[in-house]
Design a protein around this ligand. Structure first.
Ligand SMILES: Nc1ncnc2c1ncn2[C@@H]1O[C@H](COP(=O)(O)OP(=O)(O)OP(=O)(O)O)[C@@H](O)[C@H]1O
Ligand SMILES: [Mg+2]
Length: 115
């Protein structure tokens, strides 16, 4: 199994959620986060005053999926997150060893159905 952690623009969350759900990926976790990438924040002009915004608000989405669905999920997220401008976000992919469903203790250690 894989965990996809996508950090995207806040206004892209609803499109990404819908695209994932429409393709059968309903389970996910979202967070409001602050972060920075290559540009280390940006300078914003507010009422003529320059303000250095170090950490910018973004949305983080975690999705745990079967290995075989990785390419599809990445494609859906990228297609719905991209504007083509800097700050579109980053995606991190890692291995997941085990998933346990609390309701009945069902465990998945490979590409099983509980996720
Ligand atoms: N190396 C990193 N480690 C952890 N989080 C990161 C890293 N790079 C980016 N992020 C997270 O991703 C968010 C979006 O980053 P951002 O889109 O600005 O990436 P970037 O690499 O600067 O690409 P771009 O040049 O398109 O802006 C950041 O706000 C931060 O939360
Ligand atoms: Mg950036």
């Amino acid at each position: 199994m894989k965990k996809v952690e996508a950090i995207v623009r806040n206004d892209k969350l609803s499109f990404i959620k819908k695209a994932l759900a429409d393709s059968g990926f309903s389970g996910l976790t979202t967070y409001e986060v602050k972060g920075r990438g290559k540009q280390s924040g940006i300078i914003q002009i507010l009422n003529g005053t320059k303000i250095f915004a170090d950490l910018l608000p973004k949305t983080k989405i975690d999705v745990v999926i079967k290995d075989s669905n990785l390419d599809k999920v990445l494609e859906l997220i990228i297609a719905n997150a991209r504007t083509g401008s800097i700050g579109d976000g980053k995606i991190f992919v890692s291995d997941v060893e085990q998933v346990i469903r609390v309701r009945d203790g069902a465990k998945a250690t490979e590409d099983e159905e509980i996720i």
